[in-house]
Unconditional design. Sequence first.
Length: 263
Amino acid sequence: MKNIAIEVKHIETRFPNAVIHKDVSFTIYEGEIYGLLGGSGSGKTTLFRHMLMLTRPSRGTIKILGKDILSMNETDAYILRTQYGVCFQGGALFTSMTVFQNIAVILKEYTDLNEAQIAPIVYAKLKMVGLDPDTGGKYPSELSGGMVKRVALARALVMDPKLLFLDEPTSGLDPVSAEAFDNLILTIRRLLGLTIVIITHDIDTIFNALDRMVVLADGVAAAEGTLDEVLMNKHKFIREFFGSNRSLSRLNIGEAKGHGNKG
Ligand SMILES: Nc1ncnc2c1ncn2[C@@H]1O[C@H](COP(=O)(O)OP(=O)(O)OP(=O)(O)O)[C@@H](O)[C@H]1O
Ligand SMILES: [Mg+2]
């Protein structure tokens, strides 16, 4: 029996002008790479922000690593946050800081480690995401888009999190860099065994990296499960999304080869 990492039940989110989530429920198991899918504005980032304890839903429960995050005290919330690694939509590095400083800042905030103790950790994380040590001295403006994403990932991993949250990690990358990033995520899961939650529109990521996924549409979880299970669903959004040319060509290749190269 697999352990549950995140359990979202009956979430409702109302903003003054709109109801974004009417009744959203899904379950993420430990060690999974789990996708949050849905159209623009379907409430994926809003759901992320709830799970990250940055905002609260109007109704419902969210249990993370066994704790009800909506009723927990500040101390428990602080401890849980140290077990989170997060890459926000767009990557968001501090432009006035070097790569080294961008990663070290998390350790300075959450630990009592001194500079001499922090440096080897930062360089180990850079290596883990496939970047040279000298990248540490560069500023974000000197990096390619793919390198920025890798630095953001190194920063998210710096506290050895149990849960990694990635909001559209491959958006804006060329297909080759995006595939390399997907492979990196698979490698990191294999090496570290953590649970990874990814918001994505990227059809390649969906086919290559995700174990299971939830599709948000009309304020509910329109489908949840493996790719094969989701593809059986006849919801309009799912048919349109997976009916695109790129997706269909993947499905055709998949039928010939048995799709996906997870593992
Ligand atoms: N604080 C807020 N107050 C009012 N409306 C909000 C707030 N935050 C988000 N929304 C609205 O909620 C809806 C869902 O936004 P959200 O950012 O979660 O969508 P998304 O699924 O992540 O979309 P995208 O794929 O474009 O990133 C949007 O219509 C947005 O305008
Ligand atoms: Mg979003």
